[in-house]
Design a protein around this ligand. Sequence first.
Ligand SMILES: Nc1ncnc2c1ncn2[C@@H]1O[C@H](COP(=O)(O)OP(=O)(O)OP(=O)(O)O)[C@@H](O)[C@H]1O
Ligand SMILES: [Mg+2]
Length: 469
Amino acid sequence: MGNIAAEHWEELRNLRLAARLSQARLQPPPLGLAREGVLRRAVGLTLEASGCSAPLGSHVRVETAGGRWIDAEVVGFSGERTFLMPTDDIAGLLPNARVISSRKRGEVAVGEGLLGRVIDSDGVPLDGRGPIRPDRWVGLGGESINPLMREPITQSLDVGVRAINALLPIGRGQRIGLFAGSGVGKSTLLGMMTRYTKADVIVVGLVGERGREVRDFVEATLGEDGMRRSVVVAAPADRPPLARLHGALRATAIAEYYRDQGLDVLLLMDSLTRYAHAQREIGLSVGEPPTTRGYPPSVFARLPALVERAGNGADGSGSITAFYTVLTEGDDQQEPIADAARAILDGHIVLTRRIADSGQYPAIDVEVSVSRVMQDITDAPWRARIRKLKQLMVAYNTQRDLIAIGAYQRGSDPVVDEALARWPAIQAFLGQDVAEAADVESSRAALATLLDDRPANPEAAPAAQESLR
Ligand SMILES: Nc1ncnc2c1ncn2[C@@H]1O[C@H](COP(=O)(O)OP(=O)(O)OP(=O)(O)O)[C@@H](O)[C@H]1O
Ligand SMILES: [Mg+2]
């Protein structure tokens, strides 16, 4: 009898234990316990941890063989597994390494102390000039502005480049793309505009491009004077994709801070394509499907989210005028990133290899470049001259093969005749040395002179032929 009671008691205890266990399984694990997990997999760029239920977007640290800790961000999860993306070099990782949640949040130190400084994608100074004292901390992702509260673009902005000032006028708060194949002169034109554009603060994001160009930009393009009112965020090509992504976000967050202080900011991003590539690497490695030419859908969500943060602020605050370089691979203007960028930006300046090869710099293709705010910042006679110049260029270029071999018959088309006569002057007008600045007034006046004067040399055809070769 006593034995039965003991057995019964045992059974009851087991049942209770089982019930408590299953209940425990239904309960979410207490946060304190799940802060530490272990590394299960490291394939390509992604790390996979288990037992660490850190929220999406939060930061963790992973221990390496040498006792060093690597920073990583939670970019996804699937069941018990957490996907991490490192922001550091991952050499030295071991299976079953400790993964712990870290307090570091994706926050950006901003303030006056940043002016004149060069920092990396984590905000760490690269210029060896000591720590930066922040005035405030802001989020990496920024806060969106009610579109109805944004001040409209009404003021023109002098960018110092004649062809742009006269033919593709830029407005304060506009977001423009510089589109070109590799080596056609995007970075050089960006540098020119940096030097001559009037702005209170310049924020430069060098994202995914050559490391060598960072020093060049700081020393040659900005120089000591320019650097005084600039902040450079550098995340060159050798940085992990998440670091490159953060570089662009940090530069934008810093620009937003200055705008909110009522300042006119010039934001330069070289390049928007590398930003998209970084997101492609991340998306694909956490298992997103490749859709348009290998780009996962998240890329096309990331681009507008970044670009929409630039522009004018709410009434009464400052502005961010932004230039983004866009690489058109193989000079393909329909390339998906170029296409997406064209759709979300307020204008695109296209540089063409054909023009660069002919020795004309900046190699701006006026016929296909567009400034979408032109209507708001130009008057009717100005627009008429822009149209006229474009007509002349189109007329000339449709006949250029014939002109080049001397087969064009003068008198067959009066517009082509006029284009031929004015061609040397048009080329002189479009070309500009890197060291030369041309303000809006003088650019506009030069356009008027170019079209309204009688052609200096009505028989200029031979010179025009020469310049084509
Ligand atoms: N305005 C200019 N005057 C003279 N040469 C120029 C000019 N712009 C570009 N170049 C020439 O073209 C080369 C490439 O220019 P740049 O680096 O600006 O091109 P990019 O489009 O930024 O190239 P990438 O896509 O590789 O970054 C320069 O090294 C220079 O030789
Ligand atoms: Mg470049």
